[in-house]
Design a protein around this ligand. Structure first.
Ligand code: PMP
Length: 402
């Protein structure tokens, strides 16, 4: 009898299962709208030209070696990442109240954040939006949080933010609860609060003593402007909140597999920094000892070199504007086809994803009859669309809806 005999097989992870099904599908018109990765108009992954150039220069630099990084990562990277999200003129940076630790991309930042909040600050309650990126629940539950609740976010009928109920649900959260907020380009809905709504949320979180944890996986990728995409985080910092921001460089640098991330800590006073930093160091030491250098070196060099940073800014505009073009093209085609319903939400949403509002049956028709792969919630990755397949996808959605 094996010691493993009683291990139960766990459920498949939907997004990876769909990508495998797509790979196994031999249909000539198949389309993958599931996984969250950028594709060019030719339907292929894109290495940002500035990233390619930088990796070549790093690889040919004789002074580089493969020594371990410090436990909390590459300083030039964490400083640049912290400045990117908080703004280089941030009061928290100037007053030495903010710092970053390098993490295993955005997921790792969330996990280190969750572990710190649970073990150091005794937090057990977390609230995330309904719907949200499906990993939020797992990360916080694996970290030992015992009360995992959702707040309403999406109004399926109006296909917009359900702000009134979002506020009503957060108003019920107990003091000290961790509130996960998507910094921009909410995954999966593509709908963000307006600046007025962020202000109202800040009032509520302040009044109820809730802890904001910003998940920032799309800064710059969403609007093409990193400052604009960081508005909410910077507003909360300006209001005097202590908070965490979990940054990913997967999308905005196209460094998915390189796992470059940063956990930014904002405190009220510089005096707590040494202790907080030391506890984060110990947490990381026990988990994986120190982070990988490859992606962090690239991000650091690009963000810290003005000409390279300018090139990066051009690339994020290329990506975000191609997505906007695809949103418009899809909406226009559905309108031209006379597909029942209002499709304006597709252009009103921002970022990589669109929550189409398609139901489970309609999703099944798209997958089974048209070989178009998307999540069962109706979420599609806009980057999977291109001038070569958009007509096919629009007609398939039309057929699924009618
Ligand atoms: N948060 C959100 C909302 C995301 O969409 C993603 C990427 N799918 C992540 C975090 C983290 O991704 P990664 O670990 O690849 O940086």
């Amino acid at each position: 009898m094996s010691i493993y005999a009683d291990v139960q097989k766990g459920p498949a992870i939907e997004v990876f299962a769909l990508t495998q099904a797509f790979k196994d599908d031999s249909h000539p018109n198949k389309v993958n709208l599931s996984v969250g990765a950028y594709r060019t108009d030719a339907g292929v992954p894109w290495v940002l030209p500035v990233v390619r150039k930088t990796e070549i220069s790093i690889a040919s630099d004789e002074a580089q070696n493969h020594e371990y990084l410090p436990v909390t990562g590459l300083d030039t990277f964490t400083t640049a990442a912290t400045e990117l999200v908080l703004g280089s003129d941030s009061p928290a940076i100037k007053e030495n109240r903010a710092f970053g630790v390098q993490t295993i991309s955005g997921t790792g930042a969330l996990r280190v954040a969750a572990d710190f909040l649970h073990t150091q600050l005794n937090r057990n309650v977390v609230y995330y939006s309904n719907p949200t990126w499906e990993n939020h629940h797992k990360i916080f539950s694996d970290a030992g949080f015992t009360t995992l609740k959702s707040y309403r976010y999406w109004d399926q009928n109006k296909r917009q933010l359900d702000f009134k109920n979002m506020v009503a649900d957060l108003d019920q959260a107990p003091p000290g609860a961790v509130i996960i907020l998507h910094a921009c380009a909410h995954n999966p809905t593509g709908i963000d609060p307006t600046q007025e709504q962020w202000t109202e949320l800040a009032n509520l979180l302040e009044k109820k003593k809730l802890f904001p944890l910003f998940d920032s996986a799309y800064q710059g990728f969403a609007s093409g402007d990193p400052d604009r995409d960081a508005w909410a985080v910077r507003y909360f910092v300006q209001r005097g909140f202590e908070l965490f921001t979990c940054q990913s460089f997967a999308k905005n640098f196209g460094l998915y597999c390189e796992r470059a991330g940063n956990l930014t800590v904002v405190q009220k006073h510089a005096a707590t920094k040494a202790a907080v930093h030391s506890q984060l160091t110990l947490l990381i030491r026990g988990q994986y000892s120190n982070p990988p250098a490859y992606g962090a070196r690239i991000v650091s060099k690009v963000l810290n070199t003005p000409e390279l940073r300018k090139e990066w800014m051009t690339s994020i505009q290329t990506m975000s504007s191609r997505i906007r073009e695809m949103r418009k093209a899809l909406r226009d085609k559905l309108v031209a086809l006379g597909t029942p319903g209002n499709w304006d939400h597709i252009v009103n949403q921002i970022g990589m994803f669109s929550y189409t509002g398609l139901n489970k049956n309609q999703v099944d028709v798209l997958i089974n009859d048209f070989h178009i792969y998307l999540l069962k919630t109706g979420r599609i990755n806009m980057c999977g669309l291109n001038t070569g397949n958009i007509e096919y996808v629009a007609k398939a959605i039309h057929a699924a809806v009618t």
